[in-house]
Design a protein around this ligand. Structure first.
Ligand SMILES: [Zn+2]
Length: 252
């Protein structure tokens, strides 16, 4: 229910702006943007360019009730099901398909807390460092050094780890001691990842509170939380890459 209530509040405040009011193509009813169907005649409406939060009528906040989002996703999926549009006009069929595809993208992004955070940061104008698996593989293939800054407090550990990894790769016989060291290192990094997740949750709270208080996007408070999230996600992906490297080395 929370999502629905949030939706209503969001729509109510959005509707104050004339640009956010739409008119049904079929029955001319005026309705607030953010609804994909006319509230009067229920006809599907022309898709409007909107970010994934707006698609669900949600404010740009990071704490999100997953089960409510899921319910809303299934509710809209049912309403957009192609079977319901077999007798509709080609235009309505096209709009429903387009909205349906947008719905899937929006849901996939918002239901995952990390993807949601990354998406929000991209809306806030941040470009996250490319530290995905694809970027790593590409860097390996081209032999280029991947742009990845070692978080300062990890320097020593990473140095140590790289030595151990190299030792393991170079030796024909796997040294059980090196393997044990790598297993330990892996556990330590995994513990750090859990810690980062806890820190991230606190940043979501700080962000949401700023949004609730209507703090403007260029306010230092908001920028600070934003930058802390960027830093944290970069650290997270750096450590995840390390864990992956260790796993690969241990499997070979
Ligand atoms: Zn209508």
């Amino acid at each position: 229910m929370k999502l629905f209530m949030a939706t209503e509040t969001h729509i109510a405040s959005a509707a104050k702006n004339a640009e956010d009011t739409l008119q049904c193509w079929s029955c001319d009813t005026l309705f607030p943007a953010g609804s994909h169907f006319c509230p009067h005649c229920s006809k599907v409406q022309k898709p409007v360019a909107a970010d994934y939060f707006s698609f669900f009528g949600l404010p740009r906040k990071l704490n999100l009730d997953g089960s409510t989002l899921e319910k809303e996703f299934y509710r809209l999926s049912r309403k957009l099901h192609p079977d319901l549009f077999v007798r509709a006009t080609p235009q309505e069929q096209e709009w429903s398909l387009e909205t349906s595809s947008r719905l899937n993208d929006a849901y996939r992004t918002l239901k995952d807390s990390i993807a949601r955070t990354q998406y929000l940061l991209s809306l806030e104008g941040v470009q996250l460092e490319e530290q995905s698996k694809a970027a790593t593989d590409r860097a390996r293939q081209t032999g280029e050094e991947k742009k990845q800054v070692v978080p300062p407090d990890l320097l020593e550990e990473v140095f140590e780890l790289n030595m151990q990894l190299q030792e393991l790769r170079m030796s024909a016989e796997k040294d059980p001691e090196v393997i044990a060291q790598l297993e330990t290192a892996k556990k330590n990094f995994e513990t750090r990842l859990q810690g980062l997740h806890f820190e991230l949750k606190k940043l979501w709270d700080a962000w949401d509170q700023a949004i609730n208080r209507g703090v403007p996007s260029d306010d230092p408070e908001r920028l600070q939380v934003r930058n802390q999230m960027v830093d944290l996600l970069n650290r997270r992906s750096y450590i995840r890459n390390l864990v992956r490297d260790v796993n690969e080395a241990l499997q070979n």
